[in-house]
Design a protein around this ligand. Structure first.
Ligand code: ZN
Length: 65
């Protein structure tokens, strides 16, 4: 089941949301990860991330929607 994290270190102003268990070369270092928890869809995870980081968006590599 997908557990999502957000990169707390913005890249070009975007806080990317990743699937924590994905094989993604863009996953941030452990210190830069903030857990968002489990969501049945990446849209839910992105909405949760945007409560804190208004410019959050899905990683193009592991969060496709
Ligand atoms: Zn990713």
């Amino acid at each position: 089941m997908p557990n999502f994290i957000v990169n707390t270190n913005a890249v070009n102003g975007i806080y990317h949301v990743h699937d924590e268990n994905a094989v993604c070369q863009h996953l941030p270092a452990p210190d830069d990860r903030r857990s968002l928890g489990w969501f049945s869809s990446s849209q839910g995870a992105i909405a949760e991330a945007r409560k804190t980081y208004s410019s959050a968006d899905g990683c193009e590599n592991c969060v496709k929607e």
